[in-house]
Design a protein around this ligand. Structure first.
Ligand SMILES: Nc1ncnc2c1ncn2[C@@H]1O[C@H](COP(=O)(O)OP(=O)(O)O)[C@@H](O)[C@H]1O
Ligand SMILES: [Mg+2]
Length: 252
C-alpha cells in the first residue's frame, strides 16, 4: 500500500506546490511510482507539471462531483509522476461539499482504489484550512508542513497543528505529523537559523533535514513545466530535495 502524504500550510507562497512536485520527481528517480494530487483550485501544480487545466475534459472537480471514477481523471506519464489534476472548477466543489454528509471523506474515498497502484501519493493542499484541505488531511497518512525560512512570523503553523489535532479527533485518528520542511533557506543569514530554531521550540515540530536552499533555479522551473530536479539537475536545491526524499523514504 502506498503512503499518502499531504503538504499543508494555510499560508500561501511557502513552497507547498514546489515541494510536492519536486519530491514527486525525486521519488520517481529513486524508482518509485508516484501520484501527485492537485487539491488547489488555483491548479499551480497542474500547470507546473506542464498540463494546461483549460484543455482537460476531466479534473478532480468531476471526481468530487461524483461524475467519474478517479482512475479516469489521472494523467499518466512515463518519466514523471502521474497527476490527478485540478482546475478552477474545484472552487465550486468546495461550496457544493459544504452541504454534503461525509464531506470530509470525499478525497479519501476517491483515492482508495489507487493506493495500491502507487508507492507515494502526494497531496498538494491549497492556501486555506477549508474543506478541501480537511479532505487532504483526512485522506493522508502523514502531513508535512513546508514553511519559509525568510520570515519569522510562523503563527500559521500553530493553527495548522490545531487543525491536525481536530482532524485526528473527528475524521482521521491515524494522521501523523511527518515534520516541517524548511524552504527558501539562506544559511548565510541569522534569520534563517532563527526561524529553524523557533519552529522547533515554539511548536515542537521536528524539521526534516536538509533545509531547501533559496535559489532562482527553483523559481524558474515551473515555467518550463518541470521541477528543479529536471530543470537544474545538479544544482544545490535539486540535491537538497533528493536528500529530503531519502530522509522521508527512510522514515515511512
Ligand atoms: N527554494 C526556493 N527558492 C526560490 N524560490 C522558491 C523556492 N521554493 C519555491 N519558490 C518559489 O516561491 C513561490 C511560491 O512557491 P509555491 O510552491 O507556489 O508555494 P505554495 O504552494 O505554498 O503557495 C513560487 O514562485 C516558487 O517558484
Ligand atoms: Mg501551492
Amino acid at each position: 500500500m502506498g503512503s499518502i502524504i499531504a503538504f499543508a500550510n494555510q499560508k500561501g507562497g511557502v513552497a507547498k506546490t514546489t515541494t510536492a512536485h519536486t519530491l514527486g520527481d525525486a521519488f520517481v528517480e529513486m524508482g518509485n511510482s508516484v501520484l501527485l494530487v492537485d487539491l488547489d483550485p488555483q491548479a499551480c501544480l497542474t500547470y507546473a507539471m506542464g498540463v494546461d487545466p483549460d484543455t482537460l475534459d476531466l479534473t478532480l472537480h468531476d471526481v468530487f462531483a461524483g461524475r467519474v471514477k478517479t482512475e479516469e481523471v489521472v494523467v499518466e506519464s512515463d518519466e514523471s509522476p502521474a497527476l490527478l489534476p485540478s482546475s478552477i472548477d474545484l472552487a465550486g466543489a468546495e461550496v457544493h461539499l459544504l452541504t454534503k454528509t461525509g464531506r470530509e471523506f470525499v478525497l479519501a474515498r476517491a483515492l482508495k482504489p489507487l493506493v495500491d497502484r502507487y508507492d507515494y501519493l502526494l497531496i498538494d493542499c491549497g492556501p486555506s484550512l477549508g474543506i478541501l484541505t480537511i479532505n487532504g488531511l483526512t485522506a493522508a497518512d502523514q502531513v508535512a508542513i513546508p514553511f519559509q525560512c525568510d520570515t519569522l512570523s510562523q503563527r500559521g503553523v500553530g493553527q495548522l497543528l490545531e487543525t491536525v489535532s481536530d482532524v485526528r479527533s473527528f475524521t482521521n485518528d491515524d494522521l501523523a505529523v511527518l515534520g516541517g520542511i524548511a524552504t527558501m533557506f539562506d544559511g548565510r543569514t541569522r534569520l534563517a537559523h532563527q526561524v529553524l530554531e523557533s519552529i522547533e521550540q515554539q511548536h515542537g515540530l521536528r524539521v526534516l533535514p536538509p533545509p531547501i536552499p533559496k535559489s532562482v533555479r527553483v523559481a524558474e522551473a515551473p515555467g518550463k513545466g518541470r521541477s528543479v530536479l529536471n530543470h537544474a539537475r545538479s544544482s544545490k536545491p535539486a540535491a537538497a530535495y533528493r536528500d529530503l526524499a531519502a530522509t522521508i523514504a527512510s522514515e515511512i
